[in-house]
Ligand binder design. Structure first.
Ligand code: SF4
Length: 771
């Protein structure tokens, strides 16, 4: 076997770390350092380092499964399995109407798959009922970003700006566990003299590294942000000129903040006023500062308003749209950003266009070759879609998600899924959701297929195929192509990802997330391109194609068959992969000079995007909003918000708060990472973090099983006794199924704007489990 290396990206989180893959003798691949990718500079966490184990897992699906008359899943041929799915979807549509068929996608699907899935739902099935699990991830930040800035891109600036700013407030984010290689940005921030403020109810591994850690009661960070803004105003720290020149809506927002006195905020949050004042001082004194949010403030029934409150703070202090400053969201899933841009969201069309916008509908319909009036309108959001299964929605096609574990009120959602007339699932292993399906299709994984993802920075990346998939396994694109044909649509669903991407370019052209100037060739040559990246319109109105120097991308199409491509490989240098996920420090031998600049150097560095490497080609947009925001008048919008409580406050029966989150060795619902021995050894199962005082009251010792009970169910897991959690709060990670399934407990109360469920706070009681 040729000892070649394929540069690509990790299959898991939104950091999308670069890695090199080398085919191994056992048919899988070996991971090695890819130091040329600037985001992680070769470092990987344990999940990325062990990702190849899922390729070769003994429980990998390699043949379709079809439910037998006896009720068991039995191996079947592709033809039979696809025929059963087509029959199930067609039969439901004919009997109950198009909206009785649902489609559920995932934030891990590539841009090409997300695009094709949205098109499949609207063109082939004619259903409005499509949404995806990214709704559970960052939809509140997306909604708040859109209404403030006129555009949602998780980070409107690259990660490399973090070490060069003066202060970062990290809200409800724990990158030490979720994306360890990113922690270096915060370490470098501190080394450069900047400060890190972490806001989290738990003293996480990230919070331990903060200069200031504020631990509000779960679900009260909206009040915290309002209290900080109150102090900013009261202490005369607003940037009046900026407010006047670049924003609108300040007076109402100012008035709302002034109603949130610091002492009142202290009573709500439990954070003492002097610490609020300290946070304001640290944030306002430097010339540059930023606020970054993650799931903590976002996964609330008031998540959009909570994020708006943080954005208001950023705007009032004149930070957004200025170099090395602003607001950003640390998106979680691997393609959480791209997954929400290209049409698998209930309310959107490709290019991040609104499904209700007549012009957007016309544009996309023309690319798709259909009548705009034939496109359905917006459908239900993710939880509402899942909650309608078995009633309004009778058949479901599901790709890249495992809602039996990841949805809120999971036991109820499991029940809804069981009540479906027909369920088809595409997955790589028999996840808890796939196990309930009528048909399961085994699909290719990241290293076996080419496609693009868009990282949390808005950087579009090329994930390349390094090995052929196992016999009997096909790509999701192949599945959609075959199903479309069986449902009467012969054209428009290519299996070659580059062909899909070329259509996506045209569909996104002119939209907020404009990819039209991006090609596979550019992605290969430039290590990713930030959107928006419009193409020069050519005479016929079609997006321009690559006109730069000859590239390294060889253009060999990935048609989803088993012939390995030969594209773009370099000799294996045999570098070892630094692993930041298990305590081994990153030696960082590939320093990026731009990150070594002292804060003083900023004045000489306007952080504008570089001159295009190839004249006439748009360089992509690393930093948004430096001149104007994406609103009609170019001004950012303050959104006045007021504090309101979580949907379910503790009471006598359920006196505690539950908050949920992640551990470093598992990813999302654990469908992949729970199949990796090394990760299971590091994180073998769920646990319940209890404060020592609560444990004493329960009579529970470390490791004793305890039951956490909410109005929706009961979960049992060993106690982990720690002062890292507040005495009024318990914490559970949500990666596991079975009796320790944390999402059995969580509250599906929805944010009215983003339709995000309230994963982060609900009322529970804890009981000792006696043998
Ligand atoms: Fe993968 Fe870990 Fe990097 Fe995330 S932080 S992309 S899981 S290696």
């Amino acid at each position: 076997m040729q000892n070649t290396v394929t540069p690509t990206h990790c299959p898991y989180c939104a950091l999308q770390c670069g890695m090199n893959l080398t085919p191994a003798a056992d048919g899988t691949v070996e991971v090695s350092e890819r130091a040329d990718f600037p985001v992680n500079r070769g470092a990987l966490c344990g999940k990325g380092r062990t990702a190849p184990a899922v390729l070769a897992s003994a429980v990998r699906l390699t043949t379709p499964l079809v439910r037998s008359p006896g009720g068991t899943l039995e191996p079947a041929g592709w033809n039979e399995a696809l025929g059963r799915i087509a029959e199930g979807l067609r039969g439901t549509r004919e009997r109950y109407g198009a909206d009785a068929v649902g489609v559920f996608g995932g934030g891990g699907l590539t841009n090409e798959k997300a695009y094709s899935l949205g098109k499949f739902a609207r063109v082939v099935l004619g259903t409005s009922q499509i949404d995806y699990n990214g709704r559970f991830c960052m939809s509140s930040a997306a909604a708040a970003g859109s209404r403030a800035f006129g555009l949602d891109r998780g980070l409107p600036f690259p990660l490399e700006d973090i070490p060069r700013t003066g202060c970062v407030i990290l809200v409800g984010s724990n990158p030490a566990e979720t994306m360890p290689p990113s922690l270096r940005y915060f370490t470098e921030l501190k080394e450069n003299g900047g400060t890190l403020i972490v806001i989290d109810p738990r003293r996480t591994r990230t919070a331990e590294q903060a200069d200031l850690h504020l631990a509000p009661r779960p679900g009260t960070d909206l009040a915290l942000a309002l209290g900080l803004l109150h102090l900013v105003v009261a202490e005369g720290r607003t940037d009046e000129r900026y407010i006047q020149e670049r924003t609108a809506g300040w007076e109402e927002t100012r008035a709302a903040a002034m109603a949130h006195w610091p002492e009142y905020v202290e009573r709500i949050t439990g954070v003492p006023v002097p610490r609020l004042r300290e946070a304001v001082r640290l944030f306002c004194e430097p010339e540059h500062a930023m606020v970054l949010t993650a799931r903590g403030p976002e996964q609330q029934s008031k998540g959009t308003d909570t994020v708006s409150a943080w954005i208001n703070l950023v705007l009032a202090t004149g930070r957004a749209g200025r170099p090395l400053s602003g607001y950003g969201c640390l998106t979680g899933q691997g393609n959480g950003q791209g997954g929400r841009e290209h049409g698998q969201k209930a309310d959107q069309l490709p290019g991040y266009r609104k499904l209700t916008d007549p012009q957007a509908r016309r544009h996309v319909a023309e690319v798709w070759g259909v009548d705009p009036d034939s496109l359905p309108g917006p459908g239900r959001s993710a939880y509402e879609l899942l909650d309608a299964l078995g009633t309004d929605i009778r058949a479901l096609l599901l790709m890249g998600s495992n809602p039996v574990v990841s949805a809120p009120r999971a036991a109820h959602i499991e029940q809804r899924i069981r009540s479906l007339d027909f369920l088809a699932v595409c997955d790589v292993v028999l996840s808890e959701t796939a196990a309930l399906a009528d048909v399961v299709l085994p699909v290719t994984q990241w290293a076996e297929e080419t496609g693009t993802t868009t990282s949390l920075e808005g950087r579009v990346l090329l994930r390349r195929r390094a090995i052929a998939p196992p016999e009997g396994v096909h790509s999701d694109l192949y599945v959609l192509h075959e199903l479309a044909a069986r449902l009467g649509v012969e054209k428009g669903f290519p299996t070659d990802p580059e062909e899909v991407f070329e259509e996506l370019r045209r569909a996104s052209a002119g939209g907020p997330a404009d990819y039209s100037g991006i090609t596979y060739r550019r992605l290969a040559e430039e290590n990713g391109v930030f959107w928006p990246c419009p193409a020069k319109p050519s005479a016929d109105g079609a997006p321009d194609t690559w006109d730069g120097a000859p590239g390294t991308w060889d253009g060999v199409p990935d048609t989803g068959d088993r012939v390995p491509d030969t594209g773009d490989r370099v000799p294996d240098t045999g570098d070892r992969v630094p692993d930041t996920g298990d305590g081994v420090p990153d030696t960082g031998d590939s320093e990026d000079a731009s990150l070594e600049a002292s804060p003083d150097a900023v004045a000489d560095d306007p952080v504008r995007d570089e001159t295009p490497a190839n004249a006439g080609v748009h360089p992509g947009t690393g930093r948004l909003f430096l001149d104007r925001f994406a609103t009609e008048d170019g001004r950012a919008r303050f959104v006045p918000v007021s504090y309101r409580a979580i949907a379910e406050e503790p009471d006598e029966e359920y006196p505690l708060l539950l908050t949920t989150g992640r551990v470093v060795a598992q990813y999302q619902s654990g469908a992949q990472t729970r199949r990796v021995d090394e990760l299971n050894a590091a994180a073998p199962g769920p646990f319940v973090e209890l404060h020592p005082r609560l444990a004493e009251r329960l009579g529970a010792a470390e490791g004793d099983p305890v039951a956490v009970v909410s109005r929706r169910g009961r979960a049992v897991a060993p106690a982990r006794i720690t002062t890292a959690v507040r005495p009024d709060t318990v914490f559970m990670p949500f990666h596991w199924a079975g009796e320790g399934r944390a999402n059995t407990l969580t509250n599906p109360a929805l944010d009215p704007t983003s339709r995000m469920p309230e994963f982060k706070a609900c009322a529970v009681r804890v009981e000792a489990v006696r043998p």
